[in-house]
Design a protein around this ligand. Structure first.
Ligand code: SF4
Ligand code: SF4
Length: 362
């Protein structure tokens, strides 16, 4: 059973980020539709459950290279997952206001808000949005989501560029005031072809010059040199599906790469899905060049403070429950996890209904 699935519900993004393959429009796809059809989405989810590839211990992240809140029927998508008690996650640039129906977010487990800095000047360089509008929208999303039953993990992913280093503290304070986790990390070449050219010293001069004014690269060689010899790409453990219902190699290859799509997932057997995911020829080159390791190891410098409202326990410390879980055989672990999730969702639903009643009484 896959623990994490990336299901792209919106194949488009309104961001203009020059170092992201979606924002710089370097891999336009000839697709008929930019958004997943909720009926098709439901068919894929139902089949994956039947094949036991996903279940209650899976989280479905409804994004990969697109902005999920651009989907005009987002409420329908959430409803489909709620009906099946499947947890889901969202990553958004917070540029779109969205009205979520009451109770539809009790299954949402994670919300990530990504920002390219914390000033209009930084937004002008990367996302291209109005910064004040984004701030107001973050507050209205947080409020709206709470009313819709969301009580999971909220996180601001702050992408560190050279020009926004001095804005880290302001963003951190903004998160502190709202009890939002803050996770800064270096922005990188979020574009397979650009990253490949950079690492093989083939990036054209103009692009390299522009990149040298935005991104920080001083840590990259050291990071890649630290890659374990037997490094296995984490993408082998995820399922990746695009807005057309195609199984993908991963969420690193761009849409115009020959190994991007592995065919419509509805036409594949369990064996084919599992084998195709881990047997693409491009992976050897991707791992050997260091691209895979770079993209999966976001680097946070010491000067950028993180706020984590759910800090890890002290090293070596296990709660009695964690100790039991650690020593249980796998089938029992799965069973316990499943019931913990059922319990968590039920509690969230009851809590949401209780809050609603109190609100009405007031
Ligand atoms: S980095 Fe995020 S916001 Fe920017 S273009 Fe890419 S997907 Fe959109
Ligand atoms: S090794 Fe590279 S191409 Fe292969 S799955 Fe990982 S990120 Fe994708």
């Amino acid at each position: 059973m896959y623990k994490l699935v990336y299901f792209e519900i919106s194949g488009v993004c309104n961001g203009k980020c020059p170092w992201c393959v979606t924002g710089n429009k370097s891999a336009i796809h000839n697709s008929h539709s930019s958004f997943v059809d909720p009926k098709e989405f439901e068919k894929v989810i139902t089949r994956l459950i039947e094949l036991k590839l996903i279940g209650m211990t899976t989280r479905i992240d409804l994004f990969s290279w697109g902005e999920p809140f651009l989907h005009p029927e987002f409420n329908e998508i959430a409803k489909i997952l709620n009906k099946r008690n499947i947890l889901f996650g969202i990553s958004t640039n917070a540029s779109r206001p969205i009205n979520i129906k009451q109770g539809l977010l009790t299954n949402m487990d994670q919300l990530t808000i990504s920002v390219p800095g914390f000033s209009q000047a930084s937004y002008d360089r990367i996302h291209g949005f109005n910064f004040n509008y984004i701030l107001r929208n973050i507050d209205s999303l947080l409020d709206n989501f709470k009313k819709a039953g969301f009580s999971g993990y909220t996180n601001m992913a702050y992408h560190i560029y050279q020009f926004n280093i001095e804005e880290i503290g302001i963003a951190r304070d903004f998160c502190l005031q709202r009890k939002v986790n803050f996770t800064p990390s270096f922005a990188y070449l979020n574009d397979f072809n650009l990253a490949k050219s950079y690492l093989s010293n083939n990036l054209d001069y103009a692009t390299l010059k522009n990149a040298s004014k935005d991104l920080l690269f001083y840590y990259v060689d050291k990071l890649i040199a630290s890659m374990p010899k037997d490094y296995s790409c984490p993408q082998y453990n995820y399922l990746n599906i695009d807005e057309q219902g195609n199984l993908l190699t991963c969420c690193v290859l761009p849409k115009n790469h020959p190994n991007y799509s592995l065919g419509p997932i509805l036409g594949l057997s369990v064996e084919e899905i599992k084998t195709k995911k881990v047997s693409q020829s491009v992976c050897r080159e991707c791992i050997n060049s260091g691209i895979a390791y770079w993209m999966h190891n976001p680097c946070t410098p010491d000067f950028a403070d993180c706020i984590n409202y759910f800090p890890n326990k002290k090293e070596g410390y296990y709660s009695p429950m964690a100790l039991i879980k650690k020593n249980l055989p796998s089938p029992f672990k799965e069973l316990i996890k499943k019931y913990v999730i059922i319990f968590k969702i039920r509690i969230r639903k009851v809590w949401f209904q209780l809050n609603n009643k109190i609100h009405k009484l007031n």
